[in-house]
Design a protein around this ligand. Structure first.
Ligand code: UD1
Ligand code: CA
Length: 460
């Protein structure tokens, strides 16, 4: 275990998002901004993680999954970044080691960059190390001011900077490593005489240099890594970068993505080689897709396992389910939670499965609702078959054994069992079990009345 502690700033209001949702809970690349920061911080194997919350503190806290060593400190009111870090004191006082300060709204930072920051910080025995970046447009950022020897001596906020200082293209990323020793004592000496009347954390640089302590910098290799999200536009920009990086890695591993700009694939999704993704697919959560699959346009798959060689036609939605090798789905199939589509099974257009197992080689090709059903192998479910699983209070099961044939437009009123190889005549309303090998007909008898039309036709 390291001696590294993480503090994440997430107390700010995020005014420019114009949202009732706290900024750090907005998603980019399928994950909340704060979750990206947790994952990057995880690379340092931290002893503790403290999130500074303030604006909508309770919402942020409740929406964040519990983790080992995670605590929240409330900053109220929010008096600036220096004041924000000070709120971590109760969690870190008496500890030794390094504090790495991250921003909850900076999701693109790479673990390697963070490791480089910490490495330099400890190698140089620095009191503080600032992650900086060279950017084309430094407007709005704090500028890195260096002395004649090239060492950092101050960070000046844009609003407080002189015209000369504003020409500096090296900016403060807002990410730092600090030696815990003396940190909180020094934070308390920061003043608030600046354009915003806030306690600026970057002022620590001047304070430390004044005391003759070592302050270091590390330049981020790619300045996009330190992009912060302040508006919906920036949220989309960051999302696009995450998507491109993710999709490039998948293509590198042998997945064909026909239009990478419109393929949305979550960070925890796995996809086998030679699978083809057509435009407009959404693969989310803990989804795994085998190799040699074809996922057509408009498909959304959440928390599901798709085995090798599966073809999913356009506009299917699959949630929390399993699809075995060689199956074919859609177009327009809805596979709801806890469903299992067996090997080489077919689920056709406008078919909905809920908590249903469709056995190997079985077919439900058209317009069906199959809920709470256990369907065996090589079963044929005719067009328009409905399992009537709900009596208004309880859900009831339907069992259809191997090789059964359900005629079109049948209703299976659950609980009910159709035995092995049994036939149900089209248009039947089945209320009783059907024994193996039997034919069940349960529909009104047809009566034909010859000549009825002519007799009843009005004569002019
Ligand atoms: C800050 C830095 C600036 C740097 C920039 C990088 C200061 C004074 N300035 O500016 O040098 O270039 O980040 O993006 O630090 N926060 C709190 N409590 C507060 C104030 C802020 O938790 O009282 C949090 C915010 O939610 C945010 C982070 O701190 O996550 C940065 O705050 P923000 O106001 O966005 O700082 P900048 O003005 O961008
Ligand atoms: Ca600000």
């Amino acid at each position: 275990m390291s001696d590294t502690h993480i503090v994440i700033l997430a107390a700010g209001k995020g005014t420019r998002m114009k949202s009732t949702l706290p900024k750090v809970l907005h998603k980019a690349g399928e994950l909340p901004l704060l979750e990206h920061v947790f994952r990057t911080a995880g690379a340092l194997d931290p002893v503790s993680t403290t999130v500074i919350v303030g604006h909508q503190a309770d919402v942020v806290q409740q929406s964040t999954p519990k983790r080992l060593g995670l605590s929240f400190a409330v900053q109220e009111p929010q008096l600036g970044t220096g004041h924000a870090l000070l709120q971590a004191e109760p969690f870190l006082s008496g500890r030794q080691g390094t504090v790495v300060l991250l921003s909850g709204d900076v999701p693109l930072l790479r673990p390697d960059t963070l490791k480089a920051l910490v490495r330099t910080h400890s190698e140089r025995k620095a009191a503080a190390t600032v992650l900086t970046a060279a950017v084309a447009d430094p407007d709005g950022y704090g500028r890195i001011i260096r002395d004649d020897s090239g060492a950092i001596c101050a960070i000046v906020e844009h609003r407080d900077a002189t015209l000369n200082q504003r020409r500096v293209a090296e900016i403060n990323s807002g990410i730092y490593a600090f030696d815990l020793n003396g940190l909180f004592e020094a934070l308390k000496t920061i003043g608030s005489t600046n354009a915003q009347g806030e306690y600026y954390l970057p002022d620590l640089v001047t304070i430390y240099r004044g005391r003759g302590l070592v302050v270091e910098t590390v330049v981020a290799p790619d300045s996009r890594e330190i992009l912060g999200v302040n508006s919906r536009r920036e949220l989309a920009e960051v999302g696009a970068i995450l998507k491109r990086t993710r999709n490039e890695a998948l293509m590198e591993s042998g997945v064909t993505i026909v239009d990478p700009a419109s393929a949305f694939i979550g960070p925890d999704v796995t996809i086998g080689a030679d699978t083809i993704l057509h435009p407009g697919v959404y693969l989310e959560g803990r989804t795994s897709i085998g190799s040699g699959c074809v996922i057509n346009s408009g498909v959304r798959i959440i928390d599901s396992q798709i085995e090798d060689g599966v073809v999913i036609n356009n506009f299917c939605v699959i949630c929390d389910s399993h699809v075995s090798r060689g199956a074919r789905l859609g177009p327009f199939a809805h596979i709801r939670p806890q469903s299992n589509v067996g090997e080489d099974a077919h689920v056709g257009n406008f078919v909905e499965l809920k908590k249903t197992t469709l056995g190997r080689g079985s077919k439900a090709n058209h317009l069906s609702y199959l809920g709470d059903a256990t369907i065996g192998e090589k079963v044929n479910i005719g067009a328009g078959t409905i399992t009537c699983n709900y009596d208004g209070v309880h859900k009831h099961p339907t069992v259809i054994e191997d090789g059964a044939f359900i005629g079109s437009d049948s209703q299976l009123i659950a609980p009910v069992r159709i035995g092995e190889g049994a036939y149900v005549a089209a248009g039947s309303s089945i209320t009783e079990d059907v024994a193996a090998g039997s034919l069940a007909i349960a529909r009104g008898k047809q009566t034909n009345k010859p000549g009825w039309v002519a007799r009843n036709k009005k004569t002019r």
